[in-house]
Design a protein. Structure first.
Length: 252
């Protein structure tokens, strides 16, 4: 349940995508709305948005009548959230070492961020630590089985697919087993008009950092043609599927 990650490189990757993020964040909005529906109470709360990105859901929580603290690993993302006046307070920080006192929040929320952590067990323990008795930890993450279309298409190039490995559902459940974690599963499939659209959707949200490093060189037209021939599609277009897990910890 641990992985070696370069936090500075992750922050830079998401920083480069800070201004384009909201234009490509369809998955994040879909998963966030599903996660939001699991909250017991949605007003007059002290909320931490852990891994806030440009602050889409910080603003969502704030508009519902809560006081929101936005936290992100990327200074550029945090600045984008600040420019949008999305929260009441802004904090640069790491989910695995939250810079807050115990029991500081009623809700600790994290939408599609913890998959970038090096130790999920530690990340969940930290979110639980800063949440008050009677509060909730709510998070979404990606699990094994995500982006299978990308993996399948890349086999045509005889190259490793540019995608990180995700923890299995069982591993994610084990990471939160001592915290009373409940998990809900969902598969979301997005469609794009062409291969470049699918790849740009990943680049546009900063999700192109590879923990194992990136191969040199750009994709040629021939490579793109090969990908288009082998990429799974239907009448909607070229597909990208995500295996989503929604986690709920009710704090006693």
């Amino acid at each position: 349940m641990t992985q070696t990650v370069n936090k500075a490189a992750i922050a830079r990757a998401f920083g480069r995508a800070a201004q384009s993020y909201n234009r490509h964040a369809e998955l994040q909005r879909l998963s966030g709305e599903a996660l939001f529906s699991l909250a017991r109470g949605r007003e007059q709360k002290q909320v931490l948005d852990a891994g806030c990105g440009p602050g889409w859901f910080s603003k969502r929580w704030r508009s519902a009548g809560n006081r929101v603290t936005a936290l992100d690993l990327s200074p550029a993302m945090l600045n984008e959230a600040r420019l949008g006046d999305t929260a009441d307070a802004y904090q640069l920080g790491d989910i695995e070492a939250l810079p807050f006192t115990d029991a500081a929040f009623d809700v600790c929320w994290s939408n599609l961020a913890v998959q970038w952590c090096s130790d999920l067990r530690l990340a969940l323990a930290e979110m639980r630590r800063v949440t008050r008795p009677g509060g909730q930890v709510l998070f979404s993450t990606l699990a094994a089985g995500s982006l299978n279309e990308l993996n399948q298409a890349w086999q045509a190039l005889d190259l490793p697919a540019p995608v990180n490995r995700f923890l299995s559902e069982a591993q994610i459940a084990e990471a939160g087993s001592s915290l009373g974690l409940r998990l809900i599963t969902q598969t979301q499939t997005l469609a794009f008009p062409d291969v470049l659209g699918a790849l740009r959707s990943l680049k546009g949200i900063g999700a192109t950092h590879l923990h194992q490093g990136r191969r040199d060189g750009l994709l040629s037209r021939h490579h793109l043609s090969q990908l288009a021939q082998s990429w799974p599609r239907d009448e909607r277009g070229f597909l990208l599927s995500y295996h989503l897990l929604y986690g709920v910890i009710d704090c006693e």
